[in-house]
Design a protein around this ligand. Structure first.
Ligand code: UT7
Length: 332
C-alpha cells in the first residue's frame, strides 16, 4: 500500500545578529513606524560576514534530525529550497550533504523563491509515496541580506527581506490518515519581472557588468503593490484548493501557516478564509520575510510550542517571485 509522507522532525536556525527597524532608519530614509504599520516587522536577523546559508541550513537540519531521533546516515535524499544559494553553482544541497557527512545521496536544489518550501515538500511527498526514497530532508533557507540595497533606493525591499533556515525530516506514515494529504501548485510567468534579481545572469556577457552593479540590477527588485494584490487573492484560493482535495474546508483547520511576506497580507488571507486569530500563525514581527525559510521556521516554532499536535489539520501556503504559489494540507 502507498504510504503518505509525514513529518518526523522539524528545526530552524537564524543568525545571531538582530537588525532592528531603527538600525535600518539609520542607513536609509525609513522609520520604525512606517515599517511596523506597512509590514508588521519589528526586527529581523541578518548574517555577519562569513556566515552562510548552508551553515544555517545545517543547524536547522541537525535540530530536525534530533527531533526525529535520526542520524545523518539515515537520510535517503535532500531537497533544498533556496533562491539565494551560496554560489551560482553548484546548488546548496551538496554543501549541506557534505557538512552533514551524509551518504552520497541525491541532493536537489529547488528554485521557486517564496514558494520553495511547498514545492520542496511536493517532491519529498512524491518520492516517499512512490517508494523512491524513504527518509527525505527538506530545507528552506535563505541569505537575502547580502542582496539588499541598504540605501533609500532599496528601502521597499531592504526593510522586508531577511535571513534564516528551516528544515523538516519526512518519512512514510504508518497511519494512512496522517501526513501530507494534498498539495496545490501554480505559476504565472507573465509577472516574472515583478519580483526578481536581474543579474548576474547567463544571458549577459559577462554575467554581471560594472554598469549593472552601478544601476543596482544585482539587488532584489519588487513591484510591492502588484505582488501584494496577487498574494492576497492567490493564497486563499490555493488553500481552499488543497483543502478541497483533502476533503476539508477552511473551518476545519487547526492552524494555517502563511508565508511571512507582510503581516497585512497574512491578515487579509485570514479574513478571506474566515479564520480567527488562533487559527493563523505569524512570526514576521521577529524574523521579517525569509523567503523559502518562513514556513519551516514557523512550523518548527509551532511544533515546539505545542501549537500543532498529532491529529491536527494544518495548511501551509505561499506566494512569491515567479509568480509561483501553492499550498499543502497536512494531517499532523
Ligand atoms: O515574499 C513575497 C513577496 N513579497 C511580498 O509579498 C511583499 C508585497 N508587498 C508589500 O508588502 C508592500 O507593497 C510594501 C510593504 C513593499 C510596500 O507597501 P505599500 O503600502 O505597497 O507602499 P508603496 O510601495 O506603494 O509605497 C508607498 C510609499 C512610496 O512613497 P510615495 O511614492 O508614495 O512618495 C514609497 O516610496 O512609501 C514609500 N516607501 C517607504 N517609505 C518609508 C517604500 N518603502 C519605504 C520604506 N520606508 N521602507
Amino acid at each position: 500500500m502507498v504510504s503518505r509522507a509525514r513529518f518526523l522532525g522539524t528545526g530552524m536556525a537564524v543568525p545571531d545578529r538582530v537588525v532592528t527597524n531603527d538600525d535600518l532608519s539609520g542607513r536609509m530614509e525609513t522609520t520604525d513606524e512606517w515599517i511596523r504599520t506597512r509590514t508588521g516587522i519589528e526586527e529581523r536577523r541578518w548574517v555577519t560576514e562569513g556566515e552562510t546559508g548552508a551553515e544555517l541550513a545545517l543547524a536547522a537540519s541537525r535540530q530536525a534530525l534530533a527531533m526525529a531521533s535520526l542520524q545523518p546516515s539515515a537520510i535517503d535524499a535532500i531537497v533544498y529550497a533556496t533562491s539565494t544559494p551560496d554560489h551560482f553553482a553548484p546548488g546548496n544541497g551538496v554543501f549541506l550533504q557534505r557538512m552533514l557527512g551524509a551518504d552520497p545521496i541525491p541532493a536537489l536544489d529547488i528554485r521557486t523563491q517564496c514558494s520553495g518550501f511547498i514545492y520542496a515538500l511536493s517532491v519529498a511527498d512524491a518520492w516517499i509515496r512512490a517508494g523512491s526514497y524513504r527518509t527525505v530532508l527538506v530545507v528552506g533557507a535563505e541569505v537575502q541580506s547580502t542582496g539588499m540595497d541598504v540605501t533609500t533606493r532599496g528601502r521597499n525591499t531592504a526593510v522586508i527581506f531577511a535571513d534564516g533556515a528551516g528544515a523538516a525530516v519526512l518519512g512514510p506514515s504508518d497511519d494512512p490518515d496522517r501526513g501530507i494529504l494534498a498539495i496545490d501548485l501554480h505559476s504565472d510567468g507573465t509577472h516574472a519581472e515583478k519580483l526578481w534579481v536581474d543579474a548576474p545572469g547567463s544571458m549577459y556577457h559577462p554575467r554581471v557588468s560594472e554598469a549593472q552593479l552601478r544601476e543596482g540590477r544585482h539587488f532584489l527588485a519588487m513591484d510591492g503593490k502588484e505582488v501584494f494584490r496577487h498574494a492576497v487573492a492567490r493564497m486563499p484560493e490555493s488553500v481552499r484548493a488543497a483543502l478541497a482535495a483533502a476533503g476539508a474546508a477552511p473551518a476545519d483547520l487547526s492552524l494555517l501557516i502563511p508565508h511571512q511576506a507582510n503581516l497585512r497580507i497574512s491578515e487579509m488571507v485570514q479574513r478571506n478564509l474566515g479564520l480567527d486569530n488562533g487559527q493563523v500563525y505569524n512570526n514576521i514581527q521577529r524574523y521579517g520575510n525569509t523567503t523559502a525559510a518562513t514556513i519551516p521556521i514557523a512550523l518548527d516554532e509551532c511544533v515546539r510550542a505545542d501549537r500543532i499536535r498529532p491529529g491536527d489539520l494544518i495548511a501551509l501556503t505561499a506566494f512569491g517571485s515567479g509568480f509561483l504559489w501553492g499550498s499543502a494540507a497536512v494531517r499532523w
